[in-house]
Structure formats: structure tokens, C-alpha cells
Write a new protein. Structure first.
Length: 344
């Protein structure tokens, strides 16, 4: 209930009209306590404070509605400064005329004078212009950050949705072949595929996921790939360190594993292999994968960077800015990837 009330309050704070009401209410209270003639606030203090705000409102909204968007946002700083000075001078003159000439006709039962001189009121007006302009810039900055965050979330979702669908089709075909042979492995492999797809579609729809879950997903992927892997091809997965309680970005390792199967085991190498090692340190994780490279594999480092690798590079830049390192290397017989990320 309390969380719901906080969320409602936060949404209300984003309403622009409410922001203006809160600002001017606070301004009124501050100036009222400055202008009151005694310890007790009287009606004349309320009236004077309200009238004092008239030239301030006039100057502030002319600046926000016209000068700010026409000049400051278009980087016409000199013109903006000139027109602000003209506006401040006009506002100060309006204040003096209002209290020296007009106020007696409006409030004949009170006696008011222009208590502040031209330069004093000009200082007030400059302070209000500065504060309200600063708030507008801050609001624009926060809105820009909000848009950037929305774009980042949308991009991350799009990148996660680009997991290679061919694996699903190949796994279904392999399970179908087992079913035709009445293999006892069919129920187990169907469950593994179901767990893997649940992880990709549902469990990964978060910013970070528990590392044991991500490792289990890789194990399921390897088990399903083994349905199409000859006995001579070797696949090893080694996990070193304490994985419990650690979190990583979901599906961050899968593109590298996919590429190793595609360009390693299926490359025509004499002794094909894929070696995967995940080492967990107190504050870092090192993911290392290497695979064989056959004579028929004509894939340079630039070609190795396919859609899946470019995908994961973008995600790493978004999720782990300045908190990861990625090194891809190759020899005549081996591809190797070393990814190091800082654990949250």
C-alpha cells in the first residue's frame, strides 16, 4: 500500500501544472516570511506578497515561453542575454509603476509603496529567471535521460530476441529423429528444450539473472547439440569458483557458444572440439571459449564477428559500460574468445 502511494506521488510530481503550483507556493511562503512586518502574519502581508509576485510571474513566463525556446535552446546566447536584460528592466519598471501609481487605485484601503529600488527588484527578477531556467534545463535533461533509458531497454529487448532460431529447428528435427526410433531419450530431450526455450523467452526478460540459471541453460544447449554431434567431436564445459548468488546479463554467453558449434565442430577440423570455461572470482567473471578451426573454415576475425557477436558486443556496451573486456583471437587451428565482466 505504501509503495503504491509512493508511485502515485511520483507520477503526480511529473505533472507539469503541479510542478508550477508547488514552485510558486514555496516562493509565496518564503517571500511572505521575508516581507511580514511582525512576528505574526497579517492580511496586509498576504496581499503585499501576492502583488509582489505579479512582476515576477510576468518576467518568468515571458522568459520560459518566448526567450528560452527562441534564443537559448537555439544557442543564440548573446541575443538571449540582451533580451533577458531588457525583460528584467521592464519587469523592474513595471514593479515601480505598479506600487507607486496603480496599487492605490486597486487596494484603496491599504497603503503600499515600492519598497525596493530598481536594482534591488532587478536582482530578485534575475534570481527567479536563473532558478526557473535551471529547473527547465534540469527537466529537459531528466526527460532526455528517460528517453535514453527507454531506448536502451527497447534495444536490449530487440537484441535478446535475435537468438538464432535455427538451433530450435535443428533440435526439433533431432528429437523427431529420436522419436521415430522410439528412443527413451525423447522425454528428457523435450524437457531440456522446453527449459531452454523458457529461459530464452521468459527468464531472460530481466536485466540480470542468477548465474547458475545461465550455466544450466548452456548445459541444456550443449546436451541438445550433442544429439547432432558425432562421438569424435569433444565438448567440455568447466565451471570454476562459487557461482551461487552471482548474477549476469541473460543470454550474454550464448552467441559465443553458438559460433563455436557452427565454426568449430562443423568446420572440417581433424579433431574438432569446443572447450568452455567459466571462472568466477569475487568481483569478476571470466568466460573463455575456444574451438577448433578446420581447413574449410575461411573465417577471419572480421568475418567471425557475425550478427550474434555484434549483437552481444552492443549488449555488453549497454549493460557493462567500462566494466568488461572482450578479446577475440585466432590461429590457423583455433578460435578463442575471452570475455571478462565485473559482477554486480
Amino acid at each position: 500500500m505504501a509503495l503504491k502511494a509512493v508511485n502515485i506521488f511520483n507520477r503526480l510530481l511529473k505533472v507539469r501544472i503541479l510542478q508550477h503550483i508547488l514552485f510558486w507556493s514555496l516562493s509565496f511562503l518564503i517571500l511572505l516570511n521575508i516581507f511580514k512586518v511582525s512576528a505574526e502574519i497579517k492580511q496586509i502581508d498576504l496581499v503585499y506578497t501576492a502583488i509582489f509576485h505579479i512582476p515576477i510571474l510576468f518576467v518568468v513566463y515571458l522568459n520560459l515561453r518566448f526567450l528560452f525556446p527562441l534564443f537559448l535552446e537555439n544557442r543564440k546566447y548573446f541575443l538571449y542575454g540582451v533580451f533577458v536584460l531588457i525583460l528584467v528592466a521592464s519587469g523592474a519598471g513595471f514593479y515601480i509603476i505598479l506600487f507607486d501609481s496603480w496599487i492605490d487605485h486597486i487596494f484603496s484601503s491599504y497603503y503600499f509603496i515600492a519598497y525596493y529600488g530598481f536594482f534591488d527588484i532587478s536582482l530578485y527578477l534575475i534570481i527567479y529567471i536563473f532558478l526557473t531556467s535551471l529547473f527547465r534545463l534540469a527537466r529537459g535533461w531528466f526527460r532526455l535521460q528517460e528517453i535514453e533509458n527507454e531506448k536502451t531497454v527497447a534495444e536490449l529487448r530487440a537484441l535478446k530476441s535475435q537468438v538464432n532460431p535455427h538451433f530450435l529447428f535443428n533440435s526439433l528435427n533431432s528429437i523427431y529423429s529420436l522419436a521415430r526410433k522410439n528412443s527413451a531419450q525423447v522425454p528428457e530431450k523435450v524437457i531440456q528444450l522446453s527449459d531452454l526455450m523458457r529461459h530464452i523467452i521468459y527468464d531472460s526478460d530481466v536485466e540480470f539473472i542468477l548465474l547458475p540459471k545461465e550455466i544450466e541453460m548452456i548445459r541444456n544447449y550443449i546436451e541438445l547439440q550433442n544429439l547432432r554431434t558425432p562421438e569424435k567431436e569433444k565438448i567440455e564445459l568447466e565451471v570454476v569458483g562459487e557461482v551461487e548468488g552471482k548474477k549476469v546479463a541473460p543470454l550474454i554467453f550464448l552467441p559465443f557458444v553458438e559460433n563455436s558449434f557452427k565454426h568449430g565442430l562443423k568446420s572440417g577440423a581433424e579433431n574438432p572440439f569446443v572447450n568452455i570455461k567459466i571462472e568466477v572470482l569475487p568481483n569478476n567473471l571470466i568466460f573463455e571459449i575456444e574451438n577448433s578451426k578446420g581447413n574449410t573454415t575461411e573465417i577471419s576475425d572480421s568475418k567471425y564477428k557475425g550478427i550474434g557477436i555484434e549483437n552481444v558486443k552492443k549488449r555488453l556496451a549497454l549493460i557493462y559500460p567500462n566494466q568488461h573486456s572482450l578479446h577475440i583471437s585466432e590461429t590457423e587451428t583455433i578460435f578463442k574468445v575471452i570475455l571478462q565482466i565485473r559482477l554486480n
